[in-house]
Design a binder for this molecule. Sequence first.
Ligand code: LLP
Length: 418
Amino acid sequence: MHDFTYRNNELYAEGVPVRRIAEEFGTPLYIYSHNTLIRHFNAYRNAFNGQPHTICYALKANSNPAILRLLAQNGCGADVVSGGELALALRAGIPAKKIVYAGVGKREDEIARALKARILMFNIESADEMTAIHEIARALKVNAPVALRVNPDIDPKTHPYISTGLKESKFGIPIEEALEHYRLARQLPALNILGIHKHIGSQITTISPFVDALQKVIALSRQLQEQGIGIRYIDMGGGLGIPYNNEHPPHPRELSMAIMPLLEGCGFHLILEPGRSIVGNAGIFVTRVLYLKKHPQKEFVIVDGGMNDLLRPSLYNAYHNVLPLTRSRRKKVMADIVGPICESGDFLAMNREVNRLSRGDLLALMSAGAYGFTMSSNYNSRPRVAEVLVREKEFFLVRARETYRDLTRGARIPAFLK
Ligand code: LLP
């Protein structure tokens, strides 16, 4: 659930009319609800209350520093996948001891930084990476805390681009090869084996893939135990879905009720890496209608937000509900809502029924808090948009809109062109 609701036919973010924010900061822009963020984080915390656990929020979903600070202040940890995310997490005040680091392509300098920061553990994705982490740890004269990311070959039944736990995926170590990888890790003295990691995909809307994957991981932990390799942390990744349209994903409580019995008596510390389910419905993307255009076959609503601002529809054919900031009784029409980018794939919604719109109308794309701003780009030399955080009746700019000057930041003109 979220805090974007209509009052007298006007869309509000908590206690503020969205229109007021759009008027103050212009469009397009992202707006986040403080209340929703806290509620979603607490839903996880309360659900796993009875079990030693750390919630390591996946920064890739949304790494706005104000959101990270808010989560840090509430005791949240971080799942990072780059030196940049590590820097942002630390700067936001997330303790290194609550940071896990995944990703198939960690660079040596990134590994060194994470070792120096003394993060909780690396989630290693290949034998090569294991050797690299070992060498860097030796050179720095420290021990590297590690888990191996195993690929349990479970179908999460989600979009193929965001499913990661199947055999053919580039992620993790095939579970049947895990044992030999752990044996290899044991031979590397600078590695401190702490855990098992798995993440099977994103926007998962049923419980069973989580249960099936965890069962495989627990079976692996037993095999490891027999080999004298003790496991302290089970990191079950992220992936819990959210309602975009008419999905009914499980609540974190349902997830905990299904998996806690499996963990009972095992003595593991559980790590969760939710991203989307914390920030997804806590954010909206607001855009303004520029023009209306009618072709013989189709009607287009051209808006000022494009695929560079919100890529999910173009990339995954993802559905985001489109709501007018002011509800009307105007006639319904079927239209494609498209952006200004010079690509036919630039759309925010296809064949969508909306009340007839006029130039200047404002629209909200719902559930845009996760993988919205973080996947945005400057394509077509468009400055990246502003982000605003609402808290009850107040609202705060948490990232200023980029300017044209930002478009040349770091660029150099060689002397021969001056
Ligand atoms: N942990 C790991 C290792 C991950 O790779 C991911 C997401 C997460 C946690 C967080 O998953 P979540 O709870 O957010 O589902 N850009 C796509 C989603 C890509 C997800 C990548 N990994 C989208 O917009 O749907």
